[in-house]
Design a protein around this ligand. Structure first.
Ligand code: 13P
Length: 278
């Protein structure tokens, strides 16, 4: 079976979701844009959703909508969750042992590769700590990986995707993002392993397009923006009066939320089009 992400695959945006409804909004956007998509569950979301029901929904809805929606476990620190994701049909997992020493990170990552490789599940791993907070995972490292560490890590592991800390941050940015484009270039020279950019929220279209020029950048993660779109949907419902006691209409509230998420996702996916601003 071909890997869905490889050095020759398309470039993707990956969106963090937490429910069937949020997944539906993302798939609807991808279907509108006629493009495949990655749905990510944080450990917290993975723990809470009914995995069988969620998996069945995604597999039938992607088919109905004529696209592929790959399932990815984001920032996982627990072997049990990785095992469970593999058993439940997730397409890829991220082992995040970036808070450990480099050699511990290598050992843990190798264990994960061994555990899931036979099932054809792809493995993403992190080198250097990407700062900020992603659900329950918080990191306060330097935010920039050392090139030597990256080189050693990729030589000592057999990962399918590399999340290297290149200056992006999880959550909202304080000030202007200081992205190390030179590292995107340098990493591309030493390996053809697909590169994953975390902390996509708060990066302008210009920055995102600039990153997408690097052909080794294959996955850009967006989480906070999905939550913010959800919040806007609720705020809009209040403004439009659909939360009024007498006229309270939960379906309308859900549609406001759906549309906010769908529009945000579509705006990101437009950047993948060859005829976009690039
Ligand atoms: P943001 O919340 O900054 O979009 O980061 C998402 C992410 O990198 C998920 O792993």
């Amino acid at each position: 079976m071909d890997k869905y992400i490889s050095s020759t695959s398309q470039q993707y945006f990956a969106f963090n979701i937490w429910s069937i409804e949020s997944a539906k909004a993302v798939i609807d956007a991808a279907s509108q844009m006629k493009c495949n998509i990655i749905l990510q569950t944080s450990m917290k979301a993975f723990e809470q959703i009914d995995k069988k029901e969620f998996y069945a929904f995604v597999r039938s809805y992607e088919q109905k909508k004529g696209i592929k929606a790959y399932l990815h476990l984001d920032h996982c620190k627990e072997m049990d969750f990785i095992q469970e994701a593999a058993e439940c049909g997730w397409d890829s997992v991220m082992i995040d042992a970036s808070d450990k020493t480099l050699s511990e990170n290598i050992n843990i990552t190798n264990k994960v590769v061994k555990l899931v490789r036979k099932k054809g599940i792809l493995v993403e791993a992190e080198v250097g700590q990407i700062c900020g907070q992603e659900d329950e995972v918080t990191s306060v490292g330097t935010g920039i990986a050392k090139m030597d560490d990256i080189e050693k890590f990729i030589k000592s592991t057999d990962i399918d995707m590399l999340a290297a800390a290149v200056g992006t941050v999880h959550g909202l940015y304080r000030g202007v993002p200081d992205i190390r484009y030179d590292m995107l270039d340098e990493i591309g020279r030493i390996t053809d392993i697909p590169l994953v950019i975390h902390g996509g929220t708060g990066l302008t279209n210009e920055i995102l397009l600039k990153m997408l020029i690097y052909k080794n950048v294959k996955k850009i993660n967006i989480s906070t923006d999905v939550k913010l779109a959800y919040k806007r949907g609720i705020e809009e419902s209040i403004q439009m009066g659909v939360m009024e006691q007498n006229g309270f209409d939960p379906l309308k509230v859900e549609w406001f939320i759906h549309d906010e998420i769908q529009n945000m996702v579509m705006n990101k996916l437009k950047l993948l089009r060859k005829d976009s601003l690039r």
